[in-house]
Design a protein around this ligand. Sequence first.
Ligand SMILES: *[C@@H]1O[C@H](CO)[C@@H](O)[C@H](O)[C@H]1NC(C)=O
Ligand SMILES: *[C@@H]1O[C@H](CO)[C@@H](O)[C@H](O)[C@H]1NC(C)=O
Ligand SMILES: *[C@@H]1O[C@H](CO)[C@@H](O)[C@H](O)[C@H]1NC(C)=O
Length: 380
Amino acid sequence: MGLLSCSFLLLILMASIANTIACSNGECQASLLLEECSSDSDCQTGLYCFSCGLSASRCVRYTATDEFKIVNNSLPFNKYAYLTTHNSFAIVGEPSRTGVPRVTFTNQEDSVTEQLNNGVRALMLDTYDFEDDIWLCHSNGGKCRDFTAFEPAIDTMKEIEAFLSANPSEIVTLILEDYVETPNGLTKLFNDSGLMKYWFPVSNMPQNGQDWPLVSDMVANNQRLIVFTSIRSKQDTEGIAYQWNYMVENQFLHFLSHLSSFGHTYGNDGMEAGKCFNRAESAPLNDTSKSLVLVNYFPSIPVRPIACEHNSEELIDMLNTCHGAASNRWSNFVAVDFYKRSDGGGAFQATDMLNGRLLCGCDDVHSCAAGSTSSSCGGP
Ligand SMILES: *[C@@H]1O[C@H](CO)[C@@H](O)[C@H](O)[C@H]1NC(C)=O
Ligand SMILES: *[C@@H]1O[C@H](CO)[C@@H](O)[C@H](O)[C@H]1NC(C)=O
Ligand SMILES: *[C@@H]1O[C@H](CO)[C@@H](O)[C@H](O)[C@H]1NC(C)=O
């Protein structure tokens, strides 16, 4: 190696040490989070440059904390919180796969692979029979059409398979709004995509409010894919868990709820600040025979420009409200649209809050890492 390249390497090494030192007091992220920026490269790792509404662009988070890594994975699956994307497949700018321009809503802005790499751990997917296959579709009346179809489900399942294969300590949960009527259609899909080898069997899911198996055991057994369907009969016919046997879930927002004048008019829809109601298919939130709690926080019609408001302070408020409604249980799944949009910490900070609460009684999972208990979280 020549002297020049050697000193160049030394320079890089010194720069990276300086960077480590600058960040080692824990203020590195704080100092750059919320700082003004003009491009993503201005922002610290894990942050990107984004403008919420009309305000100046600032560095905001786009990655989740891995609670298994910064704390541990030795607790039951239901003692952790997981960032969840609503309609994970309905991605802005996805080219049409049917040859017909798509006319339907979108809820996310990056690929399922990117979502998983950024720390999303539960995906809400709508599965339909379409073109002699199973497709992900954003439709109505239970029928996929050429102008509402996104892609063959197997493509997305293969992305999930690749992620699980590359990340042997991670668990992914799929929550299917399921319109597939083809017998064994989903089973074939999971077989064909190579996901069956990660299957977490229904027989291991607790029925009466007990704890789930330990994450460390699920990882050791390679049972790292949990799938829920909205079709009750598939639990018996295909061994796919019926979602509401295991989970309580709140009603999502009415799309006009952000307008307070309409909020009053539609006040019984379960979207009011300070209220958290179960969605119709779910048992009441305080039914503790279901060990998992899912909180949805998105409007019935996705509106990109206001998603960052929804994903910021309002989201934390709703998680607190739903905690009370769910018999003082913190939610395990927090489902949002446009998950990267926020005015700072967004859905990532909300998930950190939930994990902090669940794991050590603190407001942020980072406090648990040091082995804190609720009496020693620090802060105000
Ligand atoms: C799934 O794979 C298993 C084992 O490879 C096989 O027995 C079963 O018939 C397959 N099911 C479907 C619906 O493809
Ligand atoms: C659950 O909440 C409902 C009101 O929403 C209440 O009537 C019921 O008694 C509660 N059940 C339990 C077990 O707390
Ligand atoms: C894992 O973390 C939890 C929460 O901080 C703690 O209660 C538990 O003792 C830890 N388990 C191990 C094996 O370190």
